[in-house]
Design a binder for this molecule. Structure first.
Ligand SMILES: [Cu+2]
Length: 265
C-alpha cells in the first residue's frame, strides 16, 4: 500500500452536483460569480465570448433548435462550458433556474442584481463581442422580463414529463423553453445572441434537468436508435455519449430532484 502512488489508490471521482440557483449557499454563488467573471475576462478560446458565440453569432451558428438533436446538443454544450468554468474555479457547477417556482421573483436574485458587494455582477449581464452583435449598439446583453404570471406552471411541466415518447417530450419541452427565452426578452429572445446572457446557462440547465428527470421516470424508453451515433458538432461527442449524466461526471442534487413547489426556493 505504502508504495502505491496516490492516483492508483484514489477512489472514483465523485459526481459533481448541479443545484437549484435558489438553494446555493453564499459561497457557491460567489464561486459561480468568480468563474463566470474569470471567463468573461479571457479573450482566447477558453473565454466566455467563445462559448457564447458557439450558440449563435459569429457564424457559423451551431445550436440545434427545432431538430431531433435539441436536448443532446445542448447537454454537450453545457457540459463543456461547465468544464471550462471548472478550469477557473475547481468544483463549480452550473445551477438551474426553476422557472415553474417563485414566479413573483422573476429572474433569480443571484442573476438580477446589477452590482454585488460594490462590484459589477457577472451574472447580471455580459459584453457581446463585435462579431456576436446583431446591431452595432449591442455591446452588452440586456433583458426585458415578462410578467410573473406568464412563466410555465408546474402542471404544464408535469404533463410534458409524462410523455413516454422521447421526440414528443422533446418537442413539447422545447416549446416551453422557447417561451422562457421570449419571457426573459432582450438578448435572450434571439438564437443569435441568447447564449451571451449569463441566465441562458441557468435556463438551459433547467431544461437539461427536466430531460434527466424524464430519463429517470421512463427507464425503458429513450432516444431513437437511429440518432445514437449522430455527432454533435462542434463538440467531440455523439448523442450516445450524452445520455448518462453520471458518465459525464455530474448529477442533479437529489434533494431537489423533484419539481420544486412554490415557496420551496
Ligand atoms: Cu435555449
Amino acid at each position: 500500500m505504502s508504495s502505491a502512488s496516490p492516483s492508483a489508490t484514489r477512489a472514483p471521482r465523485p459526481l459533481r452536483h448541479r443545484r437549484s440557483v435558489r438553494r446555493l449557499t453564499t459561497g457557491q454563488v460567489a464561486d459561480l460569480r468568480d468563474a463566470v467573471a474569470a471567463a468573461q475576462e479571457i479573450d482566447d478560446d477558453r473565454g466566455y465570448q467563445r462559448w457564447g458565440g458557439i450558440h449563435g453569432l459569429p457564424l457559423p451558428i451551431f445550436c440545434t433548435h427545432h431538430t431531433e438533436l435539441f436536448l443532446p446538443w445542448h447537454r454537450a454544450y453545457l457540459y463543456l462550458f461547465e468544464k471550462a468554468l471548472q478550469e477557473r474555479v475547481p468544483g463549480v457547477t452550473l445551477p438551474w433556474w426553476d422557472w415553474t417556482a417563485n414566479h413573483a421573483e422573476g429572474v433569480p436574485a443571484a442573476y438580477s442584481r446589477r452590482r454585488v458587494s460594490g462590484r459589477r455582477n457577472p451574472l447580471f449581464d455580459s459584453p457581446i463581442q463585435p462579431g456576436g452583435r446583431e446591431n452595432r449598439r449591442q455591446a452588452r446583453t440586456v433583458r426585458s422580463e415578462g410578467g410573473p404570471g406568464e412563466l410555465p406552471s408546474p402542471d404544464r411541466v408535469e404533463a410534458i414529463l409524462s410523455n413516454r415518447d422521447f421526440l414528443t417530450f422533446q418537442t413539447q419541452l422545447e416549446s416551453v423553453h422557447d417561451g422562457v427565452h421570449v419571457w426573459v426578452g432582450g438578448t435572450m429572445e434571439s438564437i443569435a445572441t441568447a447564449a451571451y446572457d449569463p441566465i441562458f446557462w441557468a435556463h438551459h440547465c433547467m431544461i437539461d434537468r427536466l430531460w434527466y428527470l424524464w430519463q429517470l421516470r421512463h427507464p425503458g424508453v429513450g432516444i431513437p436508435a437511429r440518432l445514437l451515433d449522430r455527432a454533435l458538432a462542434p463538440f467531440p461527442l455523439t448523442v450516445r455519449q450524452t445520455l448518462d449524466v453520471s458518465g459525464l461526471g455530474y448529477d442533479y442534487a437529489a434533494s431537489t430532484a423533484a419539481a420544486e413547489g412554490p415557496g420551496h426556493g
